[in-house]
Design a protein around this ligand. Structure first.
Ligand SMILES: [Zn+2]
Length: 491
């Protein structure tokens, strides 16, 4: 009888502690995006422990904030009688009536996107904006989740990885909303205010060429570069967040397997043969089977270049010799260096393409050079997202094939596949160069040799698309090769 109140007391304590623990987890989950601004890895750990409902609640709050921002911006825009259909002039490719959210995303940070969005959706009711933002945000969130799978997967149940990864893009929203949302909006509103008088003049005179003042152009180019570089900033942050969210306890290593068929060799004598496919066990268990890539064995500039070159041309041979245990960090360093180089090359190529067309005409405009550098950064980002998305799919396919397959090995191989992006870069650069300098000549030549002009234009127009499609299929094949080579790796 005497113990009962005590028992009730301790049960109450436990309940209290549980409630406090839940509140602490909720607070940690909600605070993660802001902690990530200073300590991304710590924020990754925080969010890994938070429940999915917390993240969903946080996303709803963020969505409400973004929607409020959008409505304020749209309302701001609609209070003025201006309809400046400016954006197409800056993109140079898309006429205003065809401008989509995508093209707006390419050229503007968020605040500007919302404005141009409003221009291209004149008839959209103001309150539909939050819904569209929601759909866009969900798409970005899922894409971000997929991109980070190769970075966080350690061979545990794939469902766990995906659950953790669903939370990770949330952590990066703090930086994204701060840099893109607040920074972008401040820029847009600032430009609007300063240009109001000039813009009224422009609308009154019906000029198609907008403000025409130099500072606006430089500001636009700066905004573009700012937007593009901030995407890179968010990507870099996502990487560090993902590192923090990796499970502290790696799963049990997969036991020795036959390299030929994956049969477990745990109870087969080392000098015997695989009972399943007859492959000598010596081959499966000898470290000489996997001596490693040059870059894996010793780092440095020359091994880096040699490995990259060799991987590009001989994926089968190289993935067969890839060391697959505890070598992931090396593969991610390889990927980071590749992307640094690709970004520089892509930005330089874009600016170079513009200069190669503008210099002979003596029509170089400095602001366009800056804008082209920004576009180059954007293309490199697209390459990164495609590469990681493909790698994420590869990891998922590998993990679904069976629990015995060591998914960490494939995740490590993903980093090396970044090298194939050079083929996309070179193909598109060559196509753009030929298009700028010989496009019209080729078209005239083909028309003169008896083809209908509409057919020739279709052929030349779809050539770039078809080329990229062919490269993408080749890339799928390369991922398949990598997957086959490392799925039952013992070293
Ligand atoms: Zn076998």
């Amino acid at each position: 009888m005497r113990t009962r109140p005590e028992h009730a007391h301790s049960a109450g304590n436990r309940q209290q502690r549980r409630a406090l623990g839940a509140i602490a987890r909720l607070a940690a989950g909600l605070a993660a995006p802001w902690v990530a601004l200073v300590r991304p890895t710590a924020a990754g750990r925080m969010v890994a422990g938070a429940g999915l409902p917390t993240i969903i609640a946080g996303l709803l709050v963020m969505w409400a904030l973004l929607s409020a921002e959008a409505i304020l911006l749209l309302a701001w825009d609609q209070t003025r009688s201006l309809r400046p259909s400016l954006s197409w002039r800056w993109t140079g490719i898309v006429p205003p009536e065809q401008r989509s959210l995508d093209s707006a995303i390419i050229v503007r940070p968020l605040g500007e996107v919302l404005l141009s969005w409003n221009h291209s959706w004149e008839s959209t009711p103001l309150l539909l904006a939050p819904l569209m933002i929601g759909a866009w945000a969900v798409g970005c969130h899922l894409a971000g989740t997929l991109c980070l799978v190769p970075r966080t997967y350690r061979g545990e149940r794939l469902g766990e990885t995906l659950r953790t990864n669903l939370k990770l893009p949330w952590v990066c929203l703090g930086l994204a909303s701060l840099v893109l949302g607040v920074g972008g909006s401040a820029l847009v509103i600032g430009v609007d205010q300063r240009d109001l008088v000039q813009a009224r003049h422009w609308v009154a005179t019906g000029s198609t060429w907008g403000f025409g003042s130099d500072w606006w152009e430089y500001l636009f180019a700066g905004t573009l570069l700012f937007g593009m570089l901030s995407i890179w900033l968010v990507v870099a942050q996502a990487e560090r967040v993902a590192l923090g969210a990796v499970p502290a306890q790696p799963p049990e290593p997969v036991g020795p397997r036959c390299v030929g068929c994956g049969y477990s060799l745990e109870h087969v004598p080392a000098d015997g043969r695989c009972p399943e496919c007859g492959e000598s066990t010596d081959k499966s268990l000898s470290p000489l089977t996997r001596p490693g890539l040059v870059w894996q064995v010793r780092g440095g500039a020359v091994p880096f270049v040699r490995t990259a070159w060799s991987l590009l041309w001989r994926p089968s041979g190289n993935y067969a010799r890839l060391l697959t245990r505890d070598h992931e960090e090396r593969s991610w360093i390889f990927e980071r260096v590749q992307f640094a180089l690709l970004t520089v090359a892509s930005a330089t190529a874009m600016a170079g393409l513009y200069l190669s067309a503008a210099v002979p005409d003596r029509s170089v405009e400095a602001w366009l050079v800056i804008a082209m550098l920004g576009m180059g950064v954007w293309f490199a980002f697209c390459g990164w997202a495609g590469h990681r998305g493909m790698g994420g799919l590869g990891v998922i396919v590998a993990a679904l094939r069976g629990p015995t397959i060591d998914g960490r090995a494939l995740a490590g191989a993903v980093g090396y596949e970044s090298v194939f992006l050079w083929s996309f870069f070179l193909f598109n650069f060559a196509a753009a160069f030929i298009g700028i300098h010989a496009g019209e000549d080729i078209e005239e030549y083909l028309v003169a040799s008896g083809h209908a002009r509409s057919f020739v234009q279709l052929l030349l127009g779809s050539g770039v698309f078809l080329g990229n499609l062919a490269l993408s299929l080749l890339w799928c094949r390369r991922y398949l090769i990598a997957y086959r080579a490392v799925r039952w790796a013992n070293f």
